[in-house]
Design a protein around this ligand. Structure first.
Ligand code: GUN
Ligand code: FE
Length: 431
């Protein structure tokens, strides 16, 4: 067993459970959490010398341990085109995204990029994510292979596109669903990997492809579905033109059987009341992507309103998003709400990027906090990682203030170590 000495944030359920001199006990054979509590209590219960199972003690003096961060919407191939200049959504897709995604026909590029992307997630303290690959099944295969090797809990799938995209990125309705089926058979539930049926959005799939995607979704209990919804005004107008006989954008997805508790729709900025009601009725989740919405000039997400109807997660949406850091993402989420006279507290934000996002993905029986038997995915944070943070933290008087400064000024530099199922997978150089 490993014992880590630390201040621990364990619960994060509305209010974080903070233990000033805490310890987390991890079984390094199973990779699961055994217990957490005060140093004294944990040492008394678990640190007795026992020749058969020596206890290793890691001392993270002055560090903060939190559950790993969760990113519910991100495109791994787009790490190669972050910060592409000058366009809004539809032109950005045509001029930059599709050009980059074409490279992923090459399995070597897919493997190299998946490996680099996963390393970057870990360096940012992100331990699980729901990820877009490209329309090449090889790209999802490469991502699963690299994630399985790291033993990270990840969700992805081949992107479904069969119209309104370059020909070489389109895969026919039948073939793309067959590719998805093959990937489900090979990867869904293997180790910590999950499959998501991944139509890009209503514009790039024919009705036939969306319908087959819905049928595939209906035939499984725990396969995910991810796509985009109402991110940009021109996009919404294009969908209305393609589907003049549907009530609106979300109605297209509902009609095709794409909504449900395992569905996460990115964005949802431009929705009618009846659409919010459909989200509630079907249990469909929304992923809010603040850095992306600002970067592409898409619009301001109404967090309180959406939360009053359904579950919301927070996500980076890299490469439209400008950072893989969930802390930086919270920083911009806070500003997006400020522009609408709403607040996002540090408690709410830090809860959201851990257990909140996990609940949205229906993974709360496995990860998200430090309850015994959950998988030991956690991050070691240095709240004073930079001279500025050290100086600013010294001015704080309460935990609330400290956590808010962490949320607003923290980024990958505060992540000192990232542990996946009890195994250290990333250490910052200075640790
Ligand atoms: N809508 C359809 N595809 C995409 C994508 O790759 N990124 C974003 N931000 N929106 C999309
Ligand atoms: Fe996206």
């Amino acid at each position: 067993k490993n014992i880590t000495l630390l201040p621990v944030i364990a619960g994060m359920n509305v209010y974080p459970e903070y233990i000033a001199n805490g310890a987390l006990v991890v079984d390094d054979v199973t990779g699961h959490i055994v217990d957490y509590g005060s140093n004294e209590a944990m040492l008394a219960s678990y640190a007795q010398t026992n020749d058969q199972a020596p206890v290793k003690i890691h001392n993270y003096q002055d560090k903060l341990i939190m559950p790993g961060f969760i990113d519910t919407h991100v495109h791994y191939p787009q790490i190669d085109m972050m910060a592409a200049y000058g366009e809004q959504l539809l032109d950005w897709l045509n001029n930059y995204t599709f050009v980059t995604e074409a490279n992923f026909a090459d399995p070597k590029i897919a493997h190299d990029t998946a490996k680099f992307f996963l390393e970057q997630l870990l360096a940012n303290g992100t331990t699980s994510a729901m990820v877009f690959s490209t329309s090449h099944p090889e790209s999802a295969e490469a991502f699963f292979t690299e994630s399985h090797r790291l033993n990270t809990r990840m969700i992805t799938g081949n992107v479904l596109m069969d119209q309104n995209a370059p020909e070489h990125l389109c895969v026919s309705a039948e073939q793309s669903i067959k590719d998805a089926q093959d990937l489900i058979d090979k990867w869904h539930g293997r180790g910590r990997q999950h499959f998501a049926i991944t139509p890009r959005f209503a514009i790039t799939s024919t009705p036939k492809q969306l319908q087959l995607a819905g049928e595939l979704y209906a035939s499984y209990d725990t396969v995910y579905l991810q796509t985009h919804l109402a991110e940009n005004r021109d996009e919404v107008a294009f969908v209305r033109k393609l589907y003049p006989n549907h009530k609106g954008y979300l109605d297209v997805y509902e009609d095709m059987g794409l909504l449900g508790r395992y569905t996460t729709l990115a964005h949802g900025i431009y929705l009618e009341t009846s659409e919010y009601e459909s989200l509630r009725e079907t249990g469909t989740q929304i992923a809010h992507c603040p850095t992306s919405n600002l970067f592409l000039g898409s619009g301001l997400f109404d967090l309180p309103k959406t939360l009053s109807y359904t579950g919301v997660s927070i996500a980076t949406d890299v490469g439209a998003g400008t950072s893989l850091s969930m802390l930086t993402t919270l920083n911009e989420a806070y500003k997006v709400q400020q522009l609408q006279s709403n607040q996002l507290s540090a408690h709410q934000g830090l809860y959201q990027i851990t257990l909140g996002n996990v609940q949205s993905l229906v993974l709360d029986d496995k990860i998200g906090n430090f309850m015994p038997n959950k998988e030991a995915d956690f991050v070691v944070i240095d709240m004073a990682a930079t001279p500025l943070l050290r100086r600013r933290m010294a001015q704080t008087k309460t935990l609330d203030e400290q956590l808010f400064v962490l949320m607003m000024l923290g980024d990958d530099r505060v992540i000192k170590e990232t542990v996946i199922a009890g195994v250290s997978r990333y250490k910052s150089r200075s640790l």
